[in-house]
Design a protein around this ligand. Sequence first.
Ligand code: ADP
Ligand code: MG
Length: 347
Amino acid sequence: MQDNKAKGTDIATLGEFGLIKHLTKNIKLKHSSSNLGVGDDAAVIDYQNKKTVVTTDLLLEGIHFDLMYTPLKHLGYKAIAVNVSDVYAMNACPKQVTVSIAISKRFTLEAVEEIYAGIQLACENYEVDLVGGDTTSSLTGLCISVTAIGEADEKELTYRSGAKVNDLICVSGNLGAAYAGLQLLEREKRIYDNNPNMQPDLTGHDYILERQLKPKARKDIYERLKEANIVPTSMIDVSDGLSSDLMHICDKSVVGCQIYEEKIPVDFETHKMAEELNMNYSTFSLNGGEDYELLFTVPLDKFDAVEKIEDVKVIGHITEASKGNYLVTRDNVEIELQAQGWNPIKE
Ligand code: ADP
Ligand code: MG
């Protein structure tokens, strides 16, 4: 468990403008569409004849992350990754981000530098330019808000509303891993809270921890779909859990769905964690949030093409709306999908 209040440089020695200058001094713009970045009243972006997509997420300490076990560099990385993931879910290419941050007094300059190291690493990995933001102080916790901006050809944009009857339902990677990681971290935190002399035991769980603390946006899947000339009929990134997110597609597309439990990809470590906690791993894969995998539909005649894409699985198909939204279990029982959704506001 970490201590973010360790001694370091007081931010007050730089002041707001000094801090912004310090944090943004190494930024080099990569894209020709980034006409103007940090330093004026607003950034200037030019996508010429493409469509622009814009998406924002807000991360609040105590609601979306816990600094007891979240390394600041990972947090910065995650803030960017979850936003570019939304851009990929539109089948668009992220190009710019803005980062707004509210920091409490207990943060040192070194702590903020850590957050920015994660932000910059993610900006490099996802090839996006940091073109602006806002910086202020917070009386309570840390708050990070990122806006991601991207481009796409109009005919390539993919909405939640485009799924058609008989389309195949596909998902990238595996599901439930980020939730399994969260369960582990919360368990170890409870043990530590009860006895601070106990050191957390996280060995053998590297994969699910990484999925929770440093999630990946599926840039690779976006690129492979493009290479395969596949424009999904609908797409969403799995942030609230497979059930909820698939139901968003069904709602918006006015269709039903049938997915098969045995086809839902689940990693071995997720299985193992569910077992340790005496839980059903399908609960993790259906309802666990924050996987940031891409869930999409393609026409039936794309079956061969989509099967060839590494790390993509077909898990079911779209049905008439009147048939409802169903999961077929391993025992061949049909269960209606529930939108349990990972929504911190409801907790
Ligand atoms: P304003 O008063 O017009 O909001 P600021 O002083 O807040 O201007 O910001 C000055 C410049 O620094 C702007 O270009 C803004 O986008 C950028 N900026 C401010 N905070 C951040 C940050 N946390 N990360 C990146 N850029 C930032
Ligand atoms: Mg400002």
